[in-house]
Write a protein that binds this ligand. Structure first.
Ligand code: FUL
Length: 521
């Protein structure tokens, strides 16, 4: 048997079979004593000895925090840019806007925003609570530049964080807030007082709107010209130290333990473009710099820093502008494939208009997107297939790793190869040929991101094989990878392929490969 030992996943805390000298000696002795045919059985014996009764594979570091795992599971969510700019037509307010300009023509309706997002298949949303202009969409104690001094009664009764959190809870959706570190209104911006007495307190007030929020967006746009309480000047800060991020993160997490601090918060990274695409190769690791952005991450990055792709669903800016239209559902579907389908999350911006609600065309467009997603990715043909793997890890006492674990609908169970394998093949076979268009793969990321190269093959009859997904960079998998079998995300529906079987060939992995789910559509 040809054994290749993975090098990058062995850790001091590893409790499974590993290359550390003592374990290797013990393993060799056991293998010798039991004879070569008992090699796999002796894994179970060893793992009992080493207090790994489930024979779990060792994590391949770095690994995500529980907070980052839950965040990644949100996958697809909405971005709602609404605020002072909605009423000035600007994208970046200067900070000198009179409070009275904020005057919604009816009561802002975050529930309507989230209902539309839900119809598109999104699992949550992030609402702007304060943009760079500094106007706060809740009655904050940190500045008078807030809704309590708005231009009409609808404005003065507005409390976006309160109503957004309540609507999300009602609809079973996740929620979070965008709070701009850069504040072009604040007289204190640039001083330590701004960080401690304004910005930190604003974040704490927002965290207080719900301990279950999943993300706080801490934008990377920082410093420049502004009103700054009448100073009308330019203020530059060094964002890497100015905001006292470690303290900010710790304080917010006391109130909202599963709230990922995005961007300068250092727990998730900008994907590096605002066009709705991630790299086909996309590692969830990087060497820091969450706000700087990277479409592909870094295989050898020291930190778990997963990518989020922010994109606009409309033709205008982030805020609503008269005359803008929705992008076609096909284009949004393509964005979905190129972000969620490439190990990133997608935050799709849908701006409410001056009434405080999403325009009808946006609601319609989101509904059509939801229909496309359901029609194309809603029926998992893998459910009626049988799965066989070329190699399978020996079961532990309370956990098994056979290929069927990829099809059981649970993200917690997974197929696993033995420690010594970094390549393997998994084959799905149907009783009758199926028409298939996409393959979806998921790694159980709690164990780290492992697969570095794979390819896909189909068989019309179960005996002859040919490659599919021509031209697709089938490298990383990560939390989720969706591969269009005709090779195109732009024209991915097509007539499909008739297949009696689909073979996933894992060519190389940082550590023994694991798959928690395979779906076929
Ligand atoms: C950027 C901001 O400057 C834009 O106005 C917008 O909010 C976008 C999502 O992030 O950095």
């Amino acid at each position: 048997m040809h054994i290749r030992y993975p090098s990058s996943c062995l850790t001091p805390t590893s409790t499974s079979f590993s290359c550390r000298p003592v374990r290797c000696l013990l393993a060799s002795w056991l293998l010798f004593a039991a004879g070569s045919v008992a090699a796999q059985t002796s894994f179970a014996v060893i793992s009992d000895t080493l207090a790994n009764p489930d024979n779990e594979p060792a994590p391949c570091h770095p690994v995500p925090s529980e907070r980052q795992v839950r965040w990644q599971q949100t996958e697809f969510y909405a971005f709602f840019h609404y605020g002072m700019n909605t009423y000035t037509g600007l994208e970046w307010g200067l900070g000198n806007e009179a409070d009275s300009i904020f005057a919604p023509t009816s009561a802002p309706n975050p529930r309507q925003w989230l209902e539309a997002a839900l119809a598109a298949g999104m699992k949550g949303g992030i609402a702007v609570a304060k943009h760079h202009d500094g106007f706060c969409l809740w009655p904050t104690s940190t500045t008078t530049h807030n809704v309590t001094r708005a231009g009409n009664a609808y404005g003065r009764a507005t409390n976006i964080p309160r109503d957004f959190a309540a609507a999300a809870a009602d609809l079973g959706m996740k929620y979070g807030f965008y709070v701009s570190p850069w504040d072009r209104n604040s007289a204190f911006y640039g001083s330590d007082g701004y960080v401690a007495d304004v910005f930190l307190r604003q974040c704490m007030e927002l965290a207080g709107y719900g301990s279950d929020q999943f993300e706080m967006w801490l934008d990377g746009a920082n410093g420049g010209s502004g009103y700054y309480g009448g100073r009308d000047t330019t203020v530059q800060v060094d964002a890497s130290v100015y905001y006292d991020v470690p303290n900010l993160r710790a304080r917010v997490h006391q109130l909202a333990p599963y709230c990922v601090m995005w961007g300068i918060g250092g727990e998730a990274r900008w994907i590096g473009n605002e066009e709705g695409w991630a790299g086909e190769t996309n590692w969830s690791m990087a060497d820091g710099g969450g706000a700087r952005g990277s479409a592909s991450g870094q295989e050898h990055g020291w930190q778990w820093l997963p990518g989020e792709s922010d994109a606009k669903a409309t033709t205008g800016g982030w805020f609503w502008h008269s005359g803008e239209t929705m992008l076609p559902p096909e284009r949004l579907f393509q964005m979905y494939l190129e972000t969620v389908g490439r190990n990133a999350t997608l935050i799709l911006n849908c701006p409410p208009d001056t009434s405080g609600a999403l325009p009808e065309a946006t609601v319609d467009g989101l509904q059509q997107l939801g229909q496309l997603l359901r029609r194309r990715l809603g029926t998992d043909l893998a459910a009626s297939a049988t799965a066989v793997a070329s190699v399978t890890r020996v079961a532990g006492r309370g956990r098994s790793y056979e290929a069927a674990r990829m099809l059981d609908g649970s993200g917690d169970t997974y197929w696993a190869a033995p420690d010594a394998a970094v390549a393997a093949t998994v084959t799905l076979t149907w009783a009758e040929p199926q028409t298939i268009r996409y393959a979806m793969l998921m790694e159980p990321i709690r164990k780290g991101q492992r697969i570095r190269r794979f390819h896909l093959e189909i068989s019309p009859d179960g005996t002859s094989w040919h490659p599919v997904a021509d031209g697709v960079e089938t490298t990383t998998v990560g939390y989720k990878r969706i591969v269009p079998l005709n090779g195109s995300t732009a024209d991915s529906y097509g007539s499909g392929f008739r297949a009696k079987a689909l073979r996933i060939v894992i060519d190389d992995s940082r550590a023994c490969p694991l798959l928690s789910r395979v779906s076929v559509y």
